[in-house]
Design a protein around this ligand. Structure first.
Ligand code: SF4
Length: 435
């Protein structure tokens, strides 16, 4: 072992919550690496433990508190940093816990390096302002796929969601900064960019530029070969946006569009901005422009007052729509939201049953979708080699593996799909690289 690595400081991360949080942890971890830190596993001895927290439900809050306790046990000597959404909302509760050195809100977490050397017993930095605080990328995909954060916060008031309180109002990175960030990612070898944020369809830079302007500018970067949108609210997906994505020639055949419920009464109570019929029309519009598009959707079951019949409406909607990538969540109360105060909360055993029912439907639909891909071809951006197989994602966001002697890391190849498998809730396509 080199002397330098023996003497380098160590930082351990643990992240809870959404993909955006993970992407932000990746960016902050990169900041530590640039300052000479080695990133170690959570639970290993470390000089700094960085907990990037979530507050989406009461359950998430208690998971954060458990995590803090675990960090105190595993790294009693470390500086413990509790950052992110739970820290933003519940700094006083965290303060009361022993051994937390730094409490940083959702924007202050990026400034962790300013506070690390402080000798104070405990510091709290929570900023309620609404400035944008920089883009973020993840290192998790070994330099093939980067998550470019273009937006944060949300101006909507969905009844079940605490995000507008935890992350503040919507704000966006400028087009110029996003392009500079994307060029930097291209220079590092990233070929695919996923635009992320809390509500990216609401992207609007101070110059008045919208998501379409941003997409065009990033698509012009020759080294960026593939583009994806992260989760995008249905009411923000316009024909103009779809046509812009199509015109890039780089947008992949996958859209993640949260549904939450297939029942209009529930959608209204949730204060969502669309009906099930509008959602259905949207999928048809997308398919008219992207005929091979695959769809992912978030769904909440057991929302307060959801009857069996209303649940069945959601079930039938999902069954009949071309949605194949299901993300099913039981409704979970979050103190401070409107939905937490609603009467007729649903028993947890009922919620569990409904989750199970939709998960089974989702698995079956995904398996069918994979089976229908057999015999065709798809372009794959290969990420890793595992046990002799090269793995990557298809355009439709299915995992693909091929056996090949070629070094395929970060290569895009057309693959002939010859089979599919599904085990332990994991669906794969298998095939060979087309010559
Ligand atoms: S759109 Fe609704 S669910 Fe999504 S972040 Fe905004 S308030 Fe929350």
């Amino acid at each position: 072992m080199e002397i330098s690595s023996l003497s380098s400081k160590k930082v351990a991360f643990h992240t809870l919550g959404c993909r955006l949080n993970f992407s932000e942890s990746g960016s902050i971890a990169q900041g530590f690496v640039e300052r000479g830190y080695e990133v170690v596993e959570f639970g290993d001895q470390a000089d700094v433990v960085f907990l990037n927290t979530c507050t989406v439900t009461d359950g998430a809050d208690s998971a954060c508190r458990n995590l803090i306790r675990k960090a105190q046990v595993s790294s009693p000597e470390a500086k413990i940093v509790v950052a992110g959404c739970y820290a933003q909302m519940e700094s006083e509760k965290i303060k009361a816990m022993q051994g937390v050195d730094l409490i940083l809100g959702t924007s202050e977490k990026y400034k962790v390096f300013d506070y690390l050397d402080s000798e104070s017993a405990q510091e709290i930095h929570i900023d309620k302002s609404s400035e944008f605080w920089g883009a973020a990328t993840t290192l998790a995909d070994s330099r093939t796929r980067a998550f470019l954060k273009i937006q944060d916060g949300c101006n909507y008031v969905c009844s079940f969601c605490i995000i507008p309180f935890a992350r503040g109002r919507s704000r966006t990175i400028s087009v110029a900064d996003a392009v500079a960030e994307a060029k930097g990612l291209a220079a590092q070898g990233f070929k695919e960019i996923v635009f992320t944020g809390v509500n990216i369809g609401e992207y609007e830079a101070s110059s008045g530029e919208r998501l379409t302007n941003l997409v065009k500018r990033i698509a012009d970067i020759p080294e960026i070969k593939r583009l994806r949108l992260g989760s995008v609210e249905p009411n923000t997906v316009t024909r103009e946006l779809l046509e812009t994505l199509k015109a890039t020639g780089k947008y992949q055949d996958h859209f993640h569009i949260p549904l939450q419920s297939g029942c209009d009464a529930i959608l209204t109570s949730m204060r969502r901005k669309y009906t099930s019929a509008q959602y259905q029309d949207l999928l048809a519009q997308v398919r008219a422009i992207f005929p091979a598009a695959a769809f992912g959707a978030d769904v909440i079951v057991g929302y307060p007052g959801e009857t069996e019949e209303q649940f069945l409406q959601t079930f039938n909607f999902l069954r009949t729509q071309p949605i194949t990538h299901f993300h099913v969540f039981p409704f979970s109360k979050r103190k401070g939201t409107t939905a937490a105060k609603l009467e007729s909360q649903i028993q947890s055993s009922v919620k569990k049953d409904r989750v199970r029912t939709l998960v089974m439907l989702g698995d079956a639909k995904l398996a069918d979708f994979a089976a229908n891909s057999v015999g065709g071809t798809t372009e794959v951006l290969f990420e890793n080699e595992v046990d002799g197989f090269w793995e990557g994602y298809s355009s439709t966001f299915l995992r693909v593996k091929v056996r090949s002697d070629e070094l395929l890391k970060n290569e895009i190849r057309r693959v002939r799909i010859e089979g599919h498998s599904q085990a332990a809730r994991s669906t794969w396509l298998t095939g060979t690289v087309a010559l």
